[in-house]
Design a protein around this ligand. Structure first.
Ligand code: ATP
Ligand code: DSD
Length: 234
């Protein structure tokens, strides 16, 4: 059992239908928007891998938006400069294995955070550690909700459905990144997911921030009635 110093009132896991879909971009925009609107926010990316020529890492982009130190977002020993899933990058770089239990115990939060975001790697079943994937990390951290970043192109309905089947029953909001309101395909995909699948589907960052603030308000309301255990994680 790992003792956690503190936990945000609302903890959101950021997942994607795939790598490069825009998890970091959306999370950074959201952090900046929520902060401007008065929420106390923090972000964590417990491990990151990236092409050696990439200028800005995901942790740097999240730090730029949340105002935290980059090594608070992702500890320096969890940076793997190779464009592979982190446990594969670690092996290829001759570094030690990445264990899930270590990532979980290294994920710490400052006091008094309203909304915390944990960004995963790739899609939900992408390997994040030797012994677990992105979804397993969020399960171990006991996130309250998930933010699923998808695109709005042909194929997104299948990708969203498969991802939601994997994360069920955690409440999940779907964000269609790079949504173009002038694209008939994008609008038809949005409508199908909202109307046929009864999903909460959002296509702009401002509306996403408002939805997350509302989730935060209702989590505060619920925890006032039923205190959530906040000191322990598996
Ligand atoms: N809506 C957007 N507008 C402009 N650029 C975007 C948008 N969404 C994503 N990008 C760009 O696309 C690239 C991939 O996005 P991002 O790094 O956020 O993906 P990711 O899902 O976090 O990937 P990974 O799985 O590697 O963490 C980045 O260069 C990012 O800046
Ligand atoms: C290198 C990428 N940028 C990303 C790892 C993506 C792994 C995808 C693996 C897979 O599902 O096949 N790393 C990261 O988000 O830290």
């Amino acid at each position: 059992m790992t003792v956690i110093d503190s936990r945000p009132s609302l903890l959101i896991g950021v997942i994607g239908t795939n790598t490069e879909v825009g998890k970091t971009w959306v999370t950074a925009q959201l952090l900046a928007t929520l902060k401007l609107r008065g929420s106390r926010v923090a972000a964590r990316k417990p491990v990151q891998s990236y092409g050696p020529d990439e200028i800005d890492t995901d942790a740097a982009r999240l730090a730029g938006a949340s105002g935290e130190e980059v090594t608070e977002i992702c500890p320096a020993h969890r940076w793997y400069p190779l464009g592979l899933a982190p446990p594969m990058a670690a092996q290829a770089l001759g570094r030690g294995p990445v264990w899930m239990s270590e990532l979980v115990s290294e994920t710490r939060w400052p006091a008094d955070v309203d909304i915390g975001f944990v960004e995963t790697v790739g899609g939900v079943r992408s390997p994040l550690a030797c012994d677990g994937d992105s979804l397993e990390l969020l399960r171990r951290l006991e996130v309250d909700r998930m933010l699923l970043v998808a695109d709005a192109e042909l194929g997104t309905i299948n990708a969203v459905r498969l991802t939601l089947a994997a994360v069920s029953p955690v409440p999940t909001v779907v964000y269609l990144n790079r949504f173009n309101p002038n694209s008939k395909l994008h609008e038809l995909n949005r409508r199908w997911l909202a109307e046929q699948d009864k999903l909460t589907v959002i296509t702009d960052v401002h509306s996403l921030a408002v939805a997350i603030e509302e989730a935060h308000r209702s989590s505060d309301h619920n925890s006032a009635r039923t205190p959530k255990p906040r000191c322990c994680a598996r």
